[in-house]
Design a binder for this molecule. Structure first.
Ligand code: NAI
Ligand code: MG
Length: 350
């Protein structure tokens, strides 16, 4: 038995999680995966009621008792500054030390890309997830005056840099990929030479893989001009955040972008890249595919690679047949898309 913590969150998070479970539950039963789903109501409602985003001790519970966390999205216009969202999502990512943010960018149908012609886009970004510029170190001096100073400190530790680079190379070897590309800015930010040095050291242990280094601005340019030349990209937290949105745009947008937050020694967290989308929440318009592909990433990580591939193919089948929501140019509702995916999986829509 593997216990999966289910956190729908806010807004469309609730809707896409419902769709994910409409697929995962029958798949679990039909294939005998032995998963149990345990629901947690962390999100804006509970925060507004109790003032608590993530209850004390929750991280230890997840680390001890759960094989995975499946997460929808958090964010609610009623909560100023997204305080609860930070507490919950950053709390989990940092608290569980999930240093790998893995984001696949795969083009399922040429028409989904803004690029012309037939394209074979299929790369994975390994974004560092615990350091860089997203650590809260810094602040303001003489705030609100003409002499104001705003400082943010970027953190790059040998341990942190090495472990994400190792993860990228190990994944590439395991998946039979041939090339790993580092994106940094070591020409202008001397601290990034730590990335370049570490990258070259680790690359020496993987002689069968081509290790390529690009400055991140050039990497962004090439990602648009030659996306097919990328297989695995490893980069900092900030650069990874930006490049993965670019990557999402190349293959169809937020409605189909999935991600995993991993640490082999901790409890992984799986979430779609998109947020709670208050502009379309509650109208049956949200594309459930990002969440379904996220569920596929979770199945793979839990050792059910066969089911993961079947689910991904079923999603692709629905895309190829035009059974998609508005964001992908179709007219189906959220649940009709899931019905189509269930059909391709040979499971009955419930
Ligand atoms: P967002 O990702 O929620 O939405 C951006 C745009 O994309 C919106 O127009 C939305 O309708 C559309 N969109 C997003 N997902 C879609 C889907 N699956 N199908 C169809 N259209 C989709 O980002 P936004 O608007 O910047 O943030 C909204 C709230 O979500 C904020 O409170 C923000 O802080 C939070 N957020 C939470 C994240 C998370 O939980 N991981 C990530 C990003 C934002
Ligand atoms: Mg982002």
């Amino acid at each position: 038995m593997a216990r999966v913590a289910v956190i729908p969150g806010d807004g469309v998070g609730l809707e896409v999680m419902r769709e994910a479970l409409r697929v995962l539950e029958p798949l679990n039963a039909a294939s005998g995966l032995g998963l149990t789903f345990e629901h947690f109501d962390f999100g804006a409602e509970r925060y507004l009621r109790t003032g608590v985003g993530l209850p004390p001790g929750q991280i230890d519970t997840f680390r001890r008792d759960h094989a995975a966390i499946l997460f929808g999205a958090v964010g609610d216009p009623r909560v100023k500054d997204g305080a609860h969202a930070r507490e919950i999502l950053l709390g989990l990512r940092f608290g569980l030390d999930l240093y790998i943010n893995l984001r696949p960018c795969r083009l399922y149908a040429d028409r989904l890309s803004p690029l012309r012609g037939e394209r074979a886009i299929d790369f994975v970004v390994f974004r560092e997830n615990t350091e860089g510029q997203y650590n809260g170190i810094g602040g303001f001096l003489k705030a609100g005056t003409g002499d104001e100073v705003a400082i943010a400190t970027e953190v790059n530790t040998r341990k942190g840099v090495e472990r994400i680079i190792r993860a990228a190379f190990a994944w590439a070897r395991c998946k039979g990929r041939k090339r790993v590309t580092l994106g940094d800015k070591s020409n202008a930010i001397p601290a990034h030479q730590l990335w370049l040095r570490t990258f070259r050291e680790v690359a020496a242990e993987y002689p069968e893989l081509e290790a390529r280094h690009l400055y991140v601005d050039n990497l962004a340019l090439q990602l648009v001009q030659r996306p097919e030349s990328f297989e695995v990209i490893v980069t900092t937290n900030l650069f990874g955040d930006i490049l993965t949105d670019l990557g999402a745009a190349l293959v169809g947008g937020l409605g189909i972008s999935a991600s995993a937050n991993l640490n082999p020694d901790s409890t992984p967290l799986f979430e779609p890249v998109h947020g709670s989308a208050p502009d379309i929440a509650g109208q049956g318009l949200v594309n459930p595919m990002a969440m379904l592909l996220t569920a596929a990433l979770m199945l793979e990580e839990l050792g059910h690679g066969g089911e993961a591939v079947r689910l991904e193919r079923a999603v692709q089948q629905a895309i190829l047949q035009g059974q998609v929501t508005r964001d992908l140019g179709g007219s189906l509702s959220t649940s009709e898309v899931t019905d189509a995916v269930l059909g391709y999986l040979g499971l009955r829509a419930g």
